[in-house]
Write a protein that binds this ligand. Sequence first.
Ligand SMILES: *Cc1c(COP(=O)(O)O)cnc(C)c1O
Length: 409
Amino acid sequence: MPNFSLPDTVFEEAASRFPTPFHLYDAEGIRKNARALNAAFSWAPDFREYFAVKALPNPHILEILKEEGCGLDCSSECELLLAERVGITGNRIMFSANAMPPSEFDHARALNATINLDDESDIDLLAAHGGIPEEICVRVNPGGDFALGNMIMGTPGESKYGWKNEQLRPGLLRLKAMGAKKFGLHAFLASNTTDNAYYPRLAEILLETGVKLEKETGLVFSFINLSGGVGIPYRPDQPAPDIAAIGQGVRAAYLRILGPESRVAVKAELGRFMTGPYGWLVTRAVHEKKIYKDYIGVDACAVNLMRPAMYGAYHHIHVCGKREAPCDHVYDVTGCLCENNDKFAIDRALPEIAVGDLLVIHDTGAHGFCMGYQYNGRLRSAEILYLGGHDFRMIRRAETPEDYFATLL
Ligand SMILES: *Cc1c(COP(=O)(O)O)cnc(C)c1O
């Protein structure tokens, strides 16, 4: 079930103070959720969540997560600069990039970030750009399909990320010869899964691989990084993942494989789970059209939220003030792009919508605003942080035509 914790008065007050469209983020919701995650893994030695910056790259949000003890997972120059801007450096940064400009290794090493190597060829690149550190992370790709029971959850064999199994031992031995002393293992095998068995199964794979590689290489196995992938319930009939149960599932795998005395640390790089349900795109119905179907045009479009157009992703929509009204109308909810995939919903049962109604599109707190673009000369919206009561803070202004022209020579 999507997040209905804020009353419509909050969205209405925000829309009376800031022009639509905008993304609204609930600071308290993000905090509570971060605390639940940290509590679920409080048993683990040195547990740390490295928030995947790409999911919601706004320093005001990163500050909140920093206050809750999180580090940051960065994978580009600008994401490293964002980390610096909020005062996060050293091993509070996980640098998990692939096929990036080598200078980004120099930058990450200068910050003393923990480096997650995506490929064995990155060994030489890193040696030439910042040097091989004492502790290094390696991204594992076991290939084939990734299954939980008889459900295929992901297809690592089709994914561009990580090292083949056979590359791990020789690669780690090279890293050892070049000065590495400790290693961690990282993998991301399924995206947006609400199945509580995902993290425990992934932990099992990484822990077993790590124990084996520790024996084979003589390097110290120091951490696992479970990366992202824990999903959120975008659909009304979808259960939320149970983070306490996930923590206990990982713990059971940890105790079985390493035992209670182990100091191997556990890290995560969740993005979607941390902020997704705590953001909403607030937009107004500006147009109604009846041809072969009924269309409601809103003042947001795919440049403000790309997932429906790009992946056909479901985002729940509700109409402010009509939560209890019967959903007895069927609409396509569209933006204004001259591109027919610019639809937030297709054949969606909703209450009757009038021009002027405020629509709330759910679960835009991760991979929402940040995937935005400027196609058709449409501009990125503002981001508003809701701090409870009547306290709203604009944490990014909307773009203006001046911004659109700023890069032209
Ligand atoms: C995108 C990404 C994440 C976060 O993924 P979510 O699905 O948002 O949890 C974590 N780690 C890496 C390396 C990523 O690229």
